[in-house]
Write a protein of this length. Structure first.
Length: 130
């Protein structure tokens, strides 16, 4: 049985653009990638402009950062999570700005799908560190 897939929806009214952000979170193999593909297709057919924020950890992993992280001390691991969070915030902020451009002057909604978010990092540090 796969772990549960969680969705968090947040509206952002920015000028004339109505931007809806949907965060998908869940463990490995929970169905996030499949859900993002299905949601993107359905919303596009309904006339929405859809943007997908990639998972920051996947970007780091593909860049080799996880290979070097295996030897980190606890404090280095915590710093790594902080760096990952900064990337996640920068990605989300960038896609919101793109959403503003895409929605400016249009009547359609812009939907930003977010593959995991800041809270996902909590699973990789102690409660005291978080």
């Amino acid at each position: 049985m796969n772990p549960p897939l969680n969705l968090v929806r947040r509206n952002t009214d920015i000028g004339s653009a109505n931007i809806v952000r949907i965060l998908l979170t869940g463990g490995p193999c929970a169905g996030k990638t499949t859900a993002i593909a299905d949601i993107t297709q359905d919303l596009t057919q309904l006339g929405c402009k859809v943007l997908v924020v990639p998972e920051a950890a996947t970007i780091m992993m593909k860049g080799g950062a996880f290979i070097v992280s295996t030897g980190f001390t606890e404090s280095q691991g915590l710093m790594f999570q902080k760096i990952l969070m900064k990337l996640q915030v920068a990605l989300e902020d960038s896609f919101i700005e793109i959403g503003k451009l895409a929605g400016a002057g249009s009547n359609g909604d812009v939907v930003i799908l977010i593959d995991r978010g800041l809270m996902d990092g909590q699973a990789y540090v102690s409660k005291a560190q978080w």
